[in-house]
Design a protein around this ligand. Structure first.
Ligand SMILES: *[C@@H]1O[C@H](CO)[C@@H](O)[C@H](O)[C@H]1NC(C)=O
Ligand SMILES: *[C@@H]1O[C@H](CO)[C@@H](O)[C@H](O)[C@H]1NC(C)=O
Ligand SMILES: *[C@@H]1O[C@H](CO)[C@@H](O)[C@H](O)[C@H]1NC(C)=O
Ligand SMILES: *[C@@H]1O[C@H](CO)[C@@H](O)[C@H](O)[C@H]1NC(C)=O
Ligand SMILES: *[C@@H]1O[C@H](CO)[C@@H](O)[C@H](O)[C@H]1NC(C)=O
Ligand SMILES: *[C@@H]1O[C@H](CO)[C@@H](O)[C@H](O)[C@H]1NC(C)=O
Length: 537
């Protein structure tokens, strides 16, 4: 028994395997039936708030009405769920096309795959990729690319029927021109329009303006036999036969329509001797489109006319690119085949994105991604650029080259002095015999050699060492003093060529005649002589 009816606004989404339904308002009828609260979610997320917003107690609710947005295009429909014997049933939605009665909501269909060369349209929108979901009753319109070059095999308009397509999505079979005139392939039909205007319609028909002259050329190998043209226009009388020109006479079986009239509308079929067919559907109509109105600042247009089949070609000035279709055709619907395009400034992909440059050590000094602009780079400390330091944004919208790279600056291993060695054999930052910026190396000389120059050098940002490596000069070391004598001069070390005088105390003398000499190899010409007591001698 019904007690009352109340209305209040909620925004909920019903959770179900059926198409997503988001509700705009709900109307409730209270009853004595008792159902647990239905599974509800607020704008897609199952929050407690969502449930609270509606009501906590469903004990007396018999029916919940809500506005559902259904299918990929979000069609608005009034829907309801009902509490029957303690269970929510539905949703049922009103279909305007069906006398406004509540009907069970049928399941969606998914478009899993689009066959090659097939163009799929839904409500005059071309679907370029599969994966879309369609509501029950949705009808797809399909055709093959390049009218006459492929033959559509299957039903051109599959319809979604409660989760399944009424027929498999059609496929496109290549015709004789693509199969080298194989006898079992459908014949290619080439369309030649010497005068007049024509448009290939979204549904795959050929629409022409009255007065147009056309030739349909059925391609078949004359050696094998003659194809045959048939047509559905009851009054039509058309000239058919093999082409006359030498290069065409063995392959082209023609049908010509001069000054097409609306009575010529119909389907023209070419059948091979084996009965394999291909068809063109012709629609002759005196249609005019609205003149093209161009509002953009930069765009220029050349319009061939506003008759069916006439085209409008758009151009942008240098530095701009067309966004949209550059050529529009007046179609049988009286509409241009696409919206008027716009001119957009040519821009190259921005390089200063949030995620930054891929190259971790690369830095942007200047960034202008407009056509003609440039980007300049540098590297972090210790790294240098490999490649040009800047790139330009070209007319194509591409940068003039790849991003430069940053490679670590390294010094070549230092030249070891003769008779010298490194104290550190492996400096930090050393990589395959090379030294990173900041590496310090220290030298030492062997034996009697003395270091001349810098004992330690550092790898600088230029990729060169701070100083040239030192030399290890051979030197004679201090030899000591004889007992009862002196040497002169007294030095820590002596250069090759230096002489050493031995001066004995009074009453003593050396047995050696000459001074000691520091030899080029850092050795003394002789050992330290002794000073001996003269009287002793
Ligand atoms: C739910 O979505 C509707 C329509 O988009 C919006 O007006 C409303 O504010 C949303 N509610 C919440 C709680 O997000
Ligand atoms: C699609 O275009 C045809 C004419 O080409 C027109 O009659 C029809 O109304 C259009 N359909 C939709 C859903 O826009
Ligand atoms: C058609 O014939 C040409 C030359 O004989 C050959 O190169 C080509 O592969 C053939 N194409 C097909 C689809 O058979
Ligand atoms: C970017 O480069 C273009 C072309 O050289 C120039 O016209 C424009 O002023 C530059 N933009 C900036 C922000 O520097
Ligand atoms: C621009 O770059 C893209 C992607 O690298 C390439 O496919 C395209 O051919 C380039 N355009 C021109 C005009 O060089
Ligand atoms: C040198 O030798 C003599 C004889 O042995 C000794 O008498 C004299 O004192 C010595 N002279 C010195 C300076 O030692």
């Amino acid at each position: 028994m019904r007690l009352a009816t109340r209305t209040f606004i909620v925004f909920v989404v019903l959770k179900s395997s059926l198409p997503p339904i988001s509700t705009k308002f709900a109307q409730e009828e209270l009853s004595f039936d008792s159902c647990t609260p239905p599974q509800l979610a607020l704008n897609g997320s199952e929050t407690e708030v969502g449930e609270n917003r509606i009501r906590k107690d469903y004990t007396h609710v018999r029916e919940v009405k809500f506005s559902g947005s259904i299918g990929p295009l979000g069609e608005q429909r009034l829907c309801k769920i009902k509490c029957i014997a303690g269970q929510w049933v539905g949703p049922l939605c009103i279909d305007q096309q069906d006398n406004g009665r509540f009907q069970p909501l049928f399941r969606n269909c998914k478009l899993e795959y689009i066959n090659p060369h097939l163009i799929v349209n839904f409500r005059n929108v071309t679907l370029h990729s599969p994966g879309w979901t369609f509501p029950h009753g949705a009808k797809l319109h399909t055709r093959c690319t390049e009218l006459g070059l492929y033959k559509l095999l299957g039903t051109a308009t599959p319809q979604c029927q409660n989760g399944a397509w009424s027929s498999r999505l059609p496929s496109c079979v290549p015709t004789t021109l693509l199969t080298n005139f194989t006898e079992d392939s459908p014949p290619t039909i080439l369309i030649k329009i010497p005068s007049g205007s024509a448009s290939v319609e979204p549904g795959g028909e050929l629409a022409v303006y009255p007065g147009t002259t056309l030739h349909f050329e059925c391609l078949f190998s004359r050696r094998i036999g003659s194809p045959d043209w048939t047509w559905t226009s009851p009054l039509g009388q058309y000239l058919t036969g093999w082409a006359i020109a030498a290069e065409e006479r063995d392959t082209k079986y023609r049908l010509s329509i001069y000054y097409a009239k609306s009575q010529d509308s119909g389907t023209f079929t070419c059948a091979t001797p084996r009965g394999i067919t291909n068809s063109i559907t012709l629609h002759v109509a005196a249609i005019h489109c609205e003149p093209v109105s161009v509002s953009g600042m930069h765009i220029s247009v050349s319009v061939g006319g506003t008759r069916l089949g006439n085209t409008a070609k758009f151009q942008c000035p240098v530095g701009f690119k067309i966004s949209g279709e550059p050529t529009l055709t007046c179609q049988a619907s009286g509409k241009w085949s696409a919206p008027v395009p716009k001119c957009e400034l040519v821009k190259c992909p921005p390089l200063d994105s949030a995620e930054g440059l891929e190259e971790p050590h690369l830095q942007i000094e200047e960034h202008n991604n407009s056509y003609g602009g440039r980007s300049i780079f540098s590297c972090a400390w210790g790294y240098k650029l490999l490649g040009p330091p800047g790139i330009e944004c070209e007319l194509s919208g591409n940068w003039s080259g790849p991003l430069p790279k940053c490679v670590p600056i390294q010094c070549q291993p230092p030249v070891l002095p003769l008779n010298g060695h490194l104290i550190q054999s492996e400096a930090p930052g050393m990589d395959g015999g090379r030294y990173a910026v900041g590496s310090l190396v220290q030298f030492a000389c062997t034996g009697a050699h003395h270091l001349e120059g810098e004992a330690s050098i550092i790898c600088t940002e230029t990729g060169f060492w701070s100083h040239p490596p030192p030399f290890c000069r051979p030197r004679c070391s201090y030899i000591g003093e004889p007992e009862n004598g002196l040497i002169s001069p007294t030095k820590f070390a002596y250069d090759p060529g230096d002489e050493l005088k031995i001066i004995c105390n009074t009453g003593f003398e050396t047995t050696v005649e000459s001074n000691l000499k520091c030899l080029p190899d850092g050795k003394w010409s002789s050992g330290l002589p002794a000073c001996t007591n003269i009287t002793y001698i």
